[in-house]
Design a protein around this ligand. Structure first.
Ligand code: FES
Ligand code: FES
Length: 163
């Protein structure tokens, strides 16, 4: 198998790793980078547990080749807290009980993050659509939707305070 150097920015830090040319992004994150927050939940493309951000857009890392992200800016759930403080989305999921077993949560958080970066005031339909590819077997989704709404609120309050 051919391997080559992959350079990208992950959670704010530049990296260069020798990576098999056909390695999936989810395997690169978990096995090469040791970031096991990104989950592998299905046979491919059906559960959303592996969702990360590539250049501010949610992407299924189980359907993405690591090398296709060369030169790009990637974020996983591990990169969301700053200086030990939860991101608004993480905080909202925690406070609104948007996580139960937690398996789907990293993917939910990253899909929500991807939504809120492009739509600061999403409707319930927008949220349902953005999280449509993310499956949760525990929460019944209501708490998750409330978490995203709460995150939007936290972000808009923080923006108001900064202005
Ligand atoms: S592991 Fe990627 S969608 Fe299920
Ligand atoms: S919290 Fe258990 S799968 Fe979503």
């Amino acid at each position: 198998m051919m391997s080559s150097v992959l350079q990208l920015t992950l959670n704010g830090r530049p990296r260069a790793d020798v990576v098999p040319d056909n390695m999936l992004l989810v395997d690169y994150l978990r096995e090469v980078c040791g970031l096991t927050g990104t989950k592998l939940g299905c046979d491919g493309g059906e559960c959303g547990a592996c969702t990360i951000l590539v250049g501010d857009h949610a992407r299924l890392s189980c359907l993405t080749l690591a090398h296709s992200c060369a030169g790009q800016v990637l974020e996983t759930v591990e990169g969301q807290a700053t200086r030990g403080e939860l991101s608004a989305v993480q905080r909202a999921f925690h406070e609104q009980l948007g996580a139960q077993c937690g398996f789907c949560t990293p993917g939910m958080i990253m899909a929500s993050e991807g939504l809120l970066r492009h739509n600061a005031a999403p409707s319930e339909d927008d949220i349902r659509e953005a999280l449509g590819g993310n499956i949760c077997r525990c929460t019944g989704y209501i708490k998750i939707i409330e978490s995203v709404q709460a995150a939007a609120q936290i972000l808009s309050t923080a923006k108001g305070e900064a202005a």
